[in-house]
Design a binder for this molecule. Sequence first.
Ligand SMILES: Cc1cc2nc3c(=O)[nH]c(=O)nc-3n(C[C@H](O)[C@H](O)[C@H](O)COP(=O)(O)OP(=O)(O)OC[C@H]3O[C@@H](n4cnc5c(N)ncnc54)[C@H](O)[C@@H]3O)c2cc1C
Length: 420
Amino acid sequence: MEPPPAPLPARMRFGPPKKISLLDRPGGDSFISIVMDFTLARNQLMIRKSVRKFATETLEEWANTLDRESRPLPPEIVREMGRLNMWGIQAPEKYGGADLDTVSYAIVIEELSRVSAAVGLGVTVHNSVCLAPILKFGTPEQVERLVPDLASGKKLGGFTITEPQAGSDAASIRTRAVPDGDGWVLNGQKAFVTNGGTGRLFLVGATVDPGKKTGGIAVFIVEKSMPGFEVGKIEDMMGMRGNMVSELFFNNVRVPKENVLGRVEDGFRISMQTLDMGRIGIAAQALGIGMAAYEAAATYAAERTQFGKPIGSFQGVSFKLAQMRTELDAARLLIYRAASLKDQGLPYSVESAMCKLYASGVAMRVCTEALQVFGGYGYVKDLPVERFFRDAKITQIYEGTSEVMKIIIGNAIVKEFSKL
Ligand SMILES: Cc1cc2nc3c(=O)[nH]c(=O)nc-3n(C[C@H](O)[C@H](O)[C@H](O)COP(=O)(O)OP(=O)(O)OC[C@H]3O[C@@H](n4cnc5c(N)ncnc54)[C@H](O)[C@@H]3O)c2cc1C
């Protein structure tokens, strides 16, 4: 006969007594995982404080201008961000980076996006889908050669797989790479490239064998200075207008063989793992936008009076604030869970999709309700709430749409249960 279940150890009845990270994976290798640690370490709190200071003292005055004029940050602020290690958040210190954990990374992106989501976008793409895959999949020579300039912000970077006819179905890209002597020649067109106008180094997905679909895709490290590289139209967008998202064209661009990232045939796998990393950043960005909208709405609800009372005293308004705050906190926990799993070297692909799916939906709902709290003043450009609303929408689309996130999560669930 089985013994009765043991009582919970006393320390668990009252929650963990000190800062421990308790990882519990029910079902053995199940993708369902719980990281029970709700406190931030002292250095993570310091990181939040210092990025918030930079964002409010330096970025805030630029946020509206970047949006209205659809222009990038001035070079001196890009350089200042380099001094603050924001272009090399997770790069090793020996290459000029800050070598931070992924929870800290999410905090940096949240705080930047809280003030300027467009700046948060440039930073998260540069760090998590350009620099991080070079560190993870690059040869020691590539890391030595490329990371110092990326980590300092001397060169901004991007990642491009999307093409006019290939979005969610990334395996159907047509940009073609053909072997040529000791290198490759690239021809094709990319669409919607974040940092396209300002970046100097891009990871480019191209097919080396269209018949092989995912097995025929390679990732190339392509520099803007290479002959045949051309920046096309800078997109005129609804939101994120401070990022120079653009088309890119490759006309017989010669790429040396030393610039293939990982094995040629692994390009699709590398791209998908890169997006797993990137989605934590996009979720943190969505959280930052949502927090900005929520804080603005809560402040306004305390100040604005109607019927002789602050509007926050009406349940119709305070219930909105309660819903916003609860969903934002839930999004934050999902983001930190995915980040903690990544830091512990555990699988986190599904958790990354979950946090991106949920946080982007929260950002959209919170911005919609925050705008409602502002009434007519929320609809005009004098106040930033309408910008938050416009910026939030794209977080449900890029680095995989919400529908694609559900495909990833749904497939994992079906696979898990079919094993039972
Ligand atoms: C501002 C911005 C920045 C971007 N930055 C980058 C970047 O830096 N690098 C890069 O490579 N790309 C980038 N993108 C592209 C972005 O990742 C794609 O737009 C996105 O993946 C969706 O592709 P699509 O636009 O072609 O839409 P489609 O794939 O054509 O999808 C259209 C609709 O159909 C739905 N759909 C498609 N297939 C399915 C399915 N199987 N089941 C259910 N629904 C489905 C989608 O969810 C969506 O709602 C960016 C886009 C924008 C707008």
